[in-house]
Design a protein around this ligand. Structure first.
Ligand code: PLP
Length: 368
């Protein structure tokens, strides 16, 4: 029987093996690990890739969000609008700075938050919106931008799943006053460990975030503010510089695989496929389908050697950690329904067309 992993990095690693080895050798000789030339180099490259002025390497994606919120001085008494169906980190960041996350329902087809739903949740306490380009599909940034402007709200993009995605020819991660991202290994641009970044065009925010992430210090042993230690290290920066050169190609590879999935599954009426539009470039961090028989389909695929994922099985408001929000089951029906019907199919660099064909054949047989 064929075995198709849900995700694997072995193909990516094979492609960059010799470059990584030579980088390791240089790093070993330099013996400089924190805040060195490789971080500066990667920050420059990543900012340029987004046509944005500044990039600040940080410890991980959650910290990137927390530092963005802190730099904007969002905290106790403030409300921040977040998607109800994101990875938990988006909400955790808001909670960590003492602000209140206000959960917004997604559109059931794009999985992203929309201005119709955001509008309903704006209050006099709202300070910011955190759009998440879920699964690599850009949010409608024109509409969200206009709404934010009207209500004088900051936009902080959470670009952790969308490196290289575009909304009307502009890269996601360049729309907000600050933008946070993660380089967790399985993200579209992944390091060999934890890592993250903030991008911004604002000089003051750039300075503030650098300060906050480095103990509140711009000059060694002098502290201007109560900061934390959250820095991208030289190993991760070196790996990310190597991988950034391949990002467009790897994204394109997933776009092609997604096209094949769409072609081979279009006649399966019981399955809803991801939507597409000429307004955006979806980079398919995940290929997420919807079906009423999700659990049975998942089991059927597993029996045929195909691993799948669910992003995410339990919405944040129904997690024990967020009991205090008092959002009972039934309060966010779209989010709750999605958590019961979504299924992420395998999609990764190095996945063969024949693998996609096999997955689709097994799905088609299940519905026959
Ligand atoms: C992964 C992820 C994060 C958090 O990134 P870490 O580096 O794991 O802390 C935040 N938001 C979203 C949408 C993510 O997918």
């Amino acid at each position: 029987m064929k075995h198709i992993p849900f995700y694997t990095l072995v193909h990516q690693n094979r492609l960059i093996e010799s470059e990584v080895h030579s980088f390791y050798k240089d790093l070993h000789a330099d013996a400089w690990y924190i805040l060195g030339k490789r971080v500066l180099q990667f920050e420059k490259e990543y900012a340029a890739y987004h046509s944005i002025k500044h990039c600040i390497g940080v410890g991980n994606g959650l910290d990137a969000l927390i530092l963005s919120l802190r730099a904007l001085e969002i905290g106790k008494g403030d409300e921040v609008i977040v998607p109800a169906n994101s990875f938990i980190a988006t909400m955790l960041a808001v909670t960590q700075v003492g602000a209140t996350p206000i959960l917004v329902e997604p559109d059931s087809r794009t999985f992203n938050i929309t201005t119709e739903e955001i509008q309903k949740k704006i209050s006099s306490k709202t300070k910011a919106i955190i759009p998440v380009h879920l699964y690599g599909l850009p949010c409608d940034m024109d509409a969200i931008g206009a709404l934010a402007k009207k209500h004088n709200l900051d936009i902080i993009e959470d670009n952790a799943q969308a490196h290289g995605a575009m909304y009307k020819n502009q890269k996601t991660g360049s729309f907000g006053i600050v933008n946070a991202t993660s380089f967790y290994p399985v993200k579209p641009l992944g390091a060999f460990g934890d890592g993250g970044a903030v991008t911004t065009n604002d000089d003051e925010l750039n300075k503030k975030i650098r300060l906050l992430g480095n103990y509140g210090s711009a000059e060694k042993y002098y502290y201007q503010t109560v900061g934390v230690n959250s820095r991208l290290d030289e190993i991760q920066a070196g790996v990310l510089s190597i991988k950034l050169k391949y990002l467009e190609g790897w994204n394109e590879e997933r776009v092609q695989l997604a096209g094949l999935y769409a072609l081979l599954l279009k006649e399966v009426d019981a399955v809803l496929l991801p939507v597409s539009s000429s307004d955006w470039k979806h980079i398919y961090h995940q290929y997420v389908i919807q079906t009423e028989n999700r659990d049975e389909l998942k089991e059927h695929l597993a029996k045929h050697g195909i691993e799948t994922g669910i992003h995410y099985p339990v919405p944040a408001h129904l997690q024990k950690a967020y009991e205090f929000l008092n959002l009972k089951k039934g309060s966010l029906p779209i989010t709750e329904k999605l958590s019961e019907t979504i299924l992420s199919l395998p999609i990764y660099t190095g996945m063969q067309k024949s693998d996609v064909e096999y997955v689709c054949e097994v799905i088609r047989k299940f519905y026959k």
